[in-house]
Design a binder for this molecule. Sequence first.
Ligand SMILES: O=C(CO)[C@H](O)[C@H](O)COP(=O)(O)O
Ligand SMILES: [Fe+2]
Length: 219
Amino acid sequence: MTIRITPSILNADFADLTGELARIPSADLVHVDVMDNHFVPNLTLGLPVVERIVAASALPVDAHLMIEDPDRWAPGYAEAGCASVTFHAEASVAPIRLAREIRAAGARAAVAVRPTTDITPYLDLLDELDMLLVMTVEPGFGGQRYLGAMAAKIAAARAAIDASGRDVWLQVDGGISRETIALAARAGADTFVAGSAVYGSPDPDAEVTALRELAAAAR
Ligand SMILES: O=C(CO)[C@H](O)[C@H](O)COP(=O)(O)O
Ligand SMILES: [Fe+2]
């Protein structure tokens, strides 16, 4: 199984994103957290900045949309050149139509679930999806503590993906660090977002490598 490390720039220096992107060459994708202060109580950046990140980044961009009305906005992130566009199950009115629109615009389509949201309905939709994101913190902020209670949800998603035989990635996001990545990997995750662990490190790229090795050893 391929392990992917997708650092989040949420805790990077927003005034020097080009410089911050250059510090993680070993990463597989760069994870960009879009927050609208409605779906979550925090505000980060939107489409114009993401367009510039896509242009400036040597890595493919993994957009995590924590916004209301993703049915209206998410296809624009695919059209902007994001490699992967994740919308929240709780916010989408028509997730199948939205996933199809994201794919039609050339990106991988992904659904995220908050810690208290049942993932089961989405396990029937794996034909329509390229990634599932199990949130391992309440979305909205970096630097929170990993929710070990998400292990059963991750394992259920892993079992459904394996049974489907499809190449659907299983991402975890929130509180991933050297201390927690093995727990998520053992539960079945293959794609790991890490924000404060990577950008809080004096050597972010070495942290990416360390996290990858710990995840691989745990699998
Ligand atoms: O989606 C997110 C928060 O809603 C972030 O991607 C995530 O929290 C990354 O930060 P950290 O690794 O510090 O938890
Ligand atoms: Fe995220």
